[in-house]
Design a protein around this ligand. Sequence first.
Ligand code: ATP
Length: 267
Amino acid sequence: MSTNNNQDHDVPKDHPRYESLKYRHDIIEGMKKLIVAEAGLIAHGRGECFDYMLGEKTSEIAKKAIKAAVALLFLAKNPIISVNGNTAALCPRKLVELSKITNAPLEINLFYRKKGRIEAIKKVLENAGAEKILGIDETTMVEIEEISSNRRNVDPNGIKIADVVFVPLEDGDRTEALKKIGKKIIAVDLNPISRTSLWADVTIVDNIVRTLPEMIKIATKLKNTKEKALKNIIETFDNKSNIQASLDAIIQYIKKQKEDAFKILKD
Ligand code: ATP
């Protein structure tokens, strides 16, 4: 959900690309407020491109991954939701809601640690209702040696001890490193063949702005589900074939677009 008042930008609600333009606006505003890094704009553009090829909707394939992700969060002893700038700018309220329903704390973890960014992200999360945010106190942070980027600095009570890490919009290096030290990873990435997507245990190929509301919906349904049934959801989920199905969906969509475009061109 947008944090901004839609009057801030001039896109009329009936514009065919209203949603997409609104989120672009949120990302740009986020950058002005230091929430989003400059490179975050480019990452968003890459995401938009894949979203276009997925028909800009949450597929049944993504919904299967979402269900497995929620089951994994409920079964975790120490789940954590890692928050970066883009996610905080696009859907802070939904992050807070998911955190509350799954009992998975929010930890700010950034690739670009420009001065003032942590504070800006903390503020947007607090305004969205977050009561406790990890990854803020620089003096108590510990390192994960296997990660070479700034993302190595983590909260001792968060990512460090987590068994399941939810990493929306991630860079592949960290996913790989976190996997190597035994953590289970849930990724949300519109690119089904990014390194993050390929390394994660559960890969949700979808736009984070649609994934989070769907996760909250499923979490509300599964909240009181018995451990055995949750385990069964995970055991019957196959991430590899799910990624393959996402790729097939892109291929099918592009084929269909090609046919439709050809009809227009012929006219
Ligand atoms: P990797 O290192 O995993 O191969 P990368 O180098 O492409 O990935 P980044 O440059 O950090 O990683 O890009 C961020 C990723 O986030 C891209 O794969 C992009 O498709 C994805 N992405 C961007 N915006 C969204 C969004 N709103 N929802 C889901 N995924 C997104």
